[in-house]
Design a protein around this ligand. Structure first.
Ligand code: G4F
Length: 332
């Protein structure tokens, strides 16, 4: 079997690659990367995968891939995934996330009609959620609060349109927050765990963050990619599925849990630079629909994830090169 992962060199793409190679070593994995992409996240897999240079915003470049190859499954992860960046570069965010998804589906419709496609959406699509609506099911109204969220709603709906209009096997996922090693440090838990190690090493005195009141439903990325796999195996075409843990943590709680594991004080300084024009205050998902269909169960608890992230930052920050190799915001 041949599968395609768009955004293979990103945080989630690299974990999905690990999952597939560990569980199905006979599967041929192809991945799309942009020119000059940072491929550190998949360095350890380069001999086992096939990479295609492709810019999703350029329909000719996407078409070229599907003219020369056909795939049984396509996991569409590529995109601009950093919410704050979407206010700074709203047009680029819409272009990559929405038009990029359309280019992909157009090429699949013309050249690879039987390909099963997972459009990897986001809980940010729900945006503003009222107290009586939590935990959030797939039927909740979508009230996006950022250009990023609007771009993901567009990709989600265009996936549905290609199912309805052309009968493409498109499954839509809406993953709540996910964390783990290789997460770029401009996302909150990667930043918290990195700062914890910097405090341990005497390189900073306290945590420096934005809004610590927000709460997020967080799942380990290794469990998320497992759910992605199951959704393309068992998901109903046209349907949308939440992926969530059903547990929320405030950013303040994440700092306290991390500080406790690292054996440091949990003092936080708020820097207005990290506040957003609008922030989703609370996200708590209900993924009963996906669990009942697939039998998915989480294998990792967030304290385990935090532990692994701290260990990873310690090794990065104390290595002779002392660099942060995972800063990359262009793929999920
Ligand atoms: O880690 P975050 O940047 O993730 P956010 O915005 O929830 O989005 C992530 O999850 C979505 C799924 O729900 C994905 F679709 C999306 O691509 C991305 O992976 O921020 C989490 C929370 C926010 O409320 C933010 O305001 O943490 C708060 N926060 C507080 N201080 C901070 C900071 N976020 C960041 N990035 N940096 C801070 O210093």
């Amino acid at each position: 079997m041949k599968i395609l992962i768009t955004g293979i060199s990103g945080f989630v793409g690299s974990h999905l690659t690990d999952f597939v190679l560990e569980h199905f070593p006979h599967i041929e994995i192809h991945g799309l990367i942009r020119r000059r992409s940072d491929i550190k996240n998949i360095q350890h897999r380069l001999s086992s995968i096939v990479l295609h240079e492709c810019d999703l915003t350029d329909s000719h470049s996407v078409d070229a891939v599907f003219r020369s190859q056909s795939f049984e499954k396509c996991f569409h992860l590529a995109g601009q995934s950093h919410v704050p960046t979407s206010w700074i570069r709203p047009i680029e965010t819409m272009n990559v996330n929405a038009n990029g998804t359309m280019n992909l589906l157009e090429s699949i419709r013309h050249h690879n009609k039987n390909c099963h496609v997972l459009i990897c959406g986001s809980s940010e699509e729900y945006g503003l959620v009222y107290e009586h609506e939590v935990p959030i099911t797939e039927d909740n109204p979508l009230r996006p609060l950022s250009p990023y969220a609007v771009s993901k709603v567009a990709a989600d709906f265009i996936g549905h349109v290609y199912f309805k209009s052309y009968g493409l096997h498109v499954v839509r996922s809406r993953a709540f927050n996910h964390e783990g090693v290789r997460r770029p440090e401009d996302f909150v838990l990667a930043k918290i765990t990195k700062q914890a190690v910097e405090i341990q090493l005497g390189r900073r005195t306290c945590f420096e963050l934005g809004n610590t009141d927000a709460t997020r439903d967080i799942t380990d990325v290794r469990d998320i990619v497992h759910a992605y796999w199951l959704l393309l195996e068992k998901g109903e075409p046209g349907e949308a599925y939440n992926i969530s843990s059903g547990k929320t943590y405030s950013i303040q709680e994440l700092v306290e849990m991390t500080a406790k594991q690292a054996g440091i004080p949990s003092q936080i300084e708020q820097n207005p630079k990290f506040l957003r024009p609008a922030d989703v205050p609370r996200l708590l998902g209900d993924c009963t629909k996906m669990k009942q269909l697939t039998g998915w169960k989480r294998r990792y608890e967030i304290p385990d994830t935090i532990h692994d992230m701290i260990e990873n930052w310690r090794s990065v920050l104390t290595s002779s090169l002392d660099r942060s190799p995972f800063v990359e915001t262009q793929a999920e």
